[in-house]
Design a protein around this ligand. Structure first.
Ligand code: FRU
Length: 497
């Protein structure tokens, strides 16, 4: 107590003496130690406290990236969902804001998206002050409890003050439920001449269109026979990407749980065409965005109206198989690093490449070159750049407590082993070996990001990615390599708190 009082006094005097208080994004750990707890991510977004799952409604407006997220402010396990809220000017530092949207008589606030309604098509703002509009799922727990089928509907909230205050639309819900249990996660975008909503409907994606965000017309269903159906379809996202040859393709992300390639939750995607009404896939190969176990329910967005052409992505860095029981208390879950998406060729078709956004280079504090096959990593927060030789390789990160993770290439496959990564006893599934097919790709570069409870591995600039959470009692401080070139780069990274 006394320490806290002294600390607060000290900070106040300091703030007074420099004439201002520190900007939220620059402040260090809170006086109660929050943001500095064991396992607390130091440069990944995590909620100030309690439960978080999916990122929602990523939108760029007036120089700020808005991040909303599935949040239960009263517990560290999943429950009545709210939209938590944070903003960032650079995608690296985040300022936590009050909860944006809370449950009401229509239900809890499940996942969805947000758009800037530039032409005020909804009439919820004015021509001079276009509204930010959030489109989300209402989940009515009373209806669900009563055994009804139609307990998920779509609702709208809007803000005319840069996202600080949100008003629910009086005519909610804007899309009623036709009697289907899983009917959720609207992702809305301006496509062509109108708004298009992609909605997860049990085992298919359903498209709707609208001129004003308030009235929606059914367009089509997408449900190819050959896709992955191991679990319920959730969190769709439809967006364009340009091929290296300059051709526009449409990409459809669909999160599925369970049924991922390495168990539990994962995101499959389709590359093809959207004609304004119907999506068609150009190949019948199942494709996965991430072969790690911990990248789910991600959302993409572009920073229109000030577009720099990038398609950005952020995912929830956990898995429903164990998300509720991971060994953290003050908060649960973090997001992946923000990534930029691109298309690269894979045989007759394309795969989506995701690589860390360039802004993250700001985190680099100091850089060094390491030589040889065995050396110390002197930083808890680090980015490693490693160059395998042609052929098989293995990379082991370990610490004095005997905890380790191993990435290995054998033939045309990568494996990631976290069976001895640290605390693992909370879930049997957590220790399974993860595998990723290379489809003939030669591995020339590995970029590895280490935070307190995650490792993200970007193979060949993100042509293949593994996002994995781990709970080591100490940082991995040693590296052992087999099958690598002799020179490596290490960047020590700064904490954002
Ligand atoms: C995905 C999901 C969504 C739903 C939300 C509820 O992780 O199940 O389908 O809207 O989480 O929190």
């Amino acid at each position: 107590k006394i320490n806290t009082v002294l600390y607060v006094l000290f900070v106040s005097v300091l703030a007074l003496s420099v004439g201002c208080s520190p900007a939220p994004s620059e402040k260090s750990a809170e006086p109660d130690g929050r943001f500095d707890e064991p396992f607390r991510p130091q440069y990944h977004f995590s909620p100030p406290s309690q439960w978080m799952n999916d990122p929602n409604g990523m939108v760029y407006h007036a120089g700020e990236y808005h991040l909303f997220y599935q949040h239960y402010p009263d517990s560290n396990v999943w429950g009545p969902m709210h939209w938590g809220h944070a903003v960032s000017k650079d995608l690296v530092h985040w300022e936590h804001l009050p909860i944006a949207i809370a449950p009401d008589s229509l239900g809890w606030i499940f996942s969805g998206s947000a758009v800037l309604d530039e032409t005020n098509s909804s009439g919820l703002g004015t021509a001079d002050n276009p509204p930010l509009v959030a489109i989300y799922t209402y989940h009515d727990p009373v209806g669900a409890e009563a055994g009804r089928e139609d307990y998920q509907t779509q609702g709208i909230a809007y803000s005319t003050d840069g996202g600080r205050n949100w008003t629910k639309y009086a005519g909610n819900p804007v899309l009623e439920n036709p009697g289907i249990r899983d009917f959720r996660d609207p992702k809305v975008a301006w496509i062509g001449e109108r708004w298009i909503m992609s909605l997860a409907v049990k085992d298919r994606i359903r498209f709707y269109s609208s001129d004003n965000l308030l009235e929606w017309t059914y367009e089509s269903d997408f449900q190819p026979e050959w896709a992955a159906y191991g679990g319920v379809w959730e969190c769709p996202d439809l967006f364009p990407l340009t091929t290296p040859e300059g051709e526009e393709k449409w990409i459809l992300f669909v999160s599925i749980n369970p049924g991922g390639p390495n168990g539990g939750s994962a995101t499959q995607y389709f590359v093809g065409d959207f004609d304004g009404s119907t999506f068609t896939s150009e190949s019948d190969q199942v494709k996965w965005l991430d072969y790690g176990a911990d990248n789910y329910a991600g959302v993409t967005w572009s920073n229109v109206p000030k577009s720099d052409g990038r398609r950005l992505f952020i995912g929830w860095m956990s898995n429903w198989t164990y998300a509720n029981v991971v060994p953290t208390e003050n908060w649960r879950s973090a997001n992946t690093l923000p990534r930029e998406l691109a298309l690269v060729r894979q045989g007759e078709t394309y795969r989506v490449r995701s690589s860390p956004v360039a802004e993250l280079e700001k985190l680099r504090k100091s850089s060094s070159t390491k030589e040889g096959d065995s050396w110390a990593i002197d930083a808890e927060l680090a980015e490693l750049l490693l160059f395998p030789e042609a052929g098989d390789f293995s990379l082991e990160l370990s610490n004095d407590a005997g905890e380790r993770i191993i990435l290995a290439k054998k033939g045309d496959q990568l494996t990631f082993d976290r069976s001895q990564s640290g605390v693992t006893g909370f879930s049997e599934a957590f220790t399974a070996l993860h595998t990723a097919p290379l489809h003939g790709m030669e591995v020339t570069e590995l970029r590895v990001f280490l935070d307190r409870s995650s490792v993200e591995i970007f193979v060949n600039q993100g042509a293949l990615v593994l996002s994995e959470i781990v709970f080591p009692e100490q940082p991995y401080s040693r590296i052992r390599l087999t099958g690598f070139k002799s020179s490596h780069q290490v960047h020590e990274l700064a904490s954002i708190w």
